[in-house]
Ligand binder design. Structure first.
Ligand SMILES: *Cc1c(COP(=O)(O)O)cnc(C)c1O
Length: 388
């Protein structure tokens, strides 16, 4: 009997066998012609996945937090004002990060499970001038999705750089970087991009590059300095050898396979698949009598679901029972509600079978804990969505 569990957390996700196979290939020199071609393809494919034909891609070893740093370190100088449109844990993190680089940070917050109103964002930008605004597209601590298209429009009207933390969204939840006026979009390899952890991926708009070139002071973070990495990215795209810091050869080779699979499915098809799977999962949770952290259905992300534990059910015992039934889900992350909810990730290579297996494990676990519900009602609700 295989003891492998299905990993359904908001990153790392389950990876495609072809991606994992690429990871195990013999490591070559970072200037071997084959690897130069692979890295060049990665950069070209990133523009397609980010829907950013005008963007400048950066791929640097590091986690998603380093991708956030790659944007913050290069766009902030001491005294610059930054507005954080805050929907949870990762908004707090972005504020902390920017203040390390000397930014004067203002947070626009909403109650847990909500998001700041667009009007409130406009009022904040009307009241004071900001250089930069950060938004978490999908906050992994709440499962709340923000309206990047509308925020992009507002950013353009107020001439503020829009930085989108898309670590829990890009390649799963629709993000049209160029069309929506986003200046920096960033993610990490282990989320919907579908490659094991270790790569920070970032895309900068021409406006963001101009803001970088207009800096008056040097970037205080040596490893993150775009000035060090831009010539490297340009060289790989031109299929020329170069060196600043050794690239993660195997991870980049695996990333190329993963980006190829994403583009073979097609961006719109992938976004639609994520919506269907998300709706199936959310329908099941609702049918099982559980509420969710996002306070309205239109605020709920397509890449994850954040159910609150039902009344009378011990959260820790439920998570253990779900795991015993073969599926790993994640506990709470938002400090205000940490012990009251759990998180199911459904992004990247996730299939209909995965979501049904997850709902089945949740039902099995609920039944074991003597929660009263009609057996099978969650699975039936999920299957009804998947059948449409
Ligand atoms: C996972 C995540 C991060 C952090 O990524 P790490 O790879 O863990 O550093 C940042 N923002 C969001 C929205 C995330 O989901």
């Amino acid at each position: 009997m295989k003891d492998r569990k299905l990993l359904m957390i908001p990153g790392p996700i389950e990876f495609e066998p072809a991606v994992l196979a690429a990871l195990g290939m013999p490591t070559t020199s970072h200037i071997a012609p084959d690897f130069i071609e692979v890295f060049g393809q990665v950069l070209e494919r990133m523009r397609e996945v980010f829907l950013a034909p005008e963007g400048q891609p950066f791929v640097v070893a590091g986690s998603g937090t380093f991708a956030m740093d790659l944007a913050g370190a290069n766009l902030i100088e001491t005294g610059d004002r930054a507005l954080v449109v805050n929907t949870g844990y990762f908004g707090d993190r972005y504020g902390d990060l920017l203040s390390r680089y000397g930014a004067e940070v203002a947070h626009l917050r909403a109650p847990v499970g909500g998001r700041p109103a667009l009007r409130a964002v406009e009022e904040a930008l009307e009241a004071r001038a900001y250089k930069l605004m950060t938004v978490t597209h999908v906050d992994t601590s709440t499962g709340v999705v923000t309206d990047i298209e509308a925020l992009g429009e507002i950013a353009r009207v107020h001439d503020v750089l829009l930085v989108v933390d898309g670590v829990c969204s890009i390649a799963g939840q629709e993000l049209q970087m160029d069309a929506w006026g986003v200046d920096v979009a960033l993610t990490a390899s282990q989320k919907a991009i579908g490659t094991p952890p270790g790569l920070a991926l970032m895309m900068a708009s021409p406006r963001a590059m101009d803001a970088f070139w207009a800096r008056k002071t040097p970037v205080s973070n040596y490893y993150a300095d775009w000035g060090n990495w831009l010539p490297i990215m340009e060289a790989y795209e031109a299929r020329e050898p170069s060196y600043f810091g050794t690239p993660a050869v195997n991870l980049i080779t695996a990333l190329n396979v993963s980006l190829g699979l994403i583009l073979r499915e097609g961006m719109q098809a992938s976004f639609s698949r994520h919506i269907r799977i998300s709706e199936a999962c959310k329908a099941a949770i609702e049918a099982l009598g559980m509420t969710q952290v996002p306070i309205a259905p239109e605020l709920a992300a397509a890449t994850m679901t954040a159910p609150r534990f039902p009344k009378g059910v011990d959260g820790r015992a439920l998570l253990a029972a779900i795991k015993a039934a073969g599926v790993v889900v994640a506990g709470g992350l938002h400090p205000e509600i940490k012990g009251k909810y759990f998180r199911i990730g459904h992004m990247g290579a996730v299939s209909q079978g995965d979501v049904l297996a997850t709902v089945g494990a949740v039902e099995t676990a609920l039944a074991e804990l003597d929660y009263q519900f009609e057996k099978g009602v969650g699975l039936a609700a999920a299957m009804a969505v998947l059948a449409t």
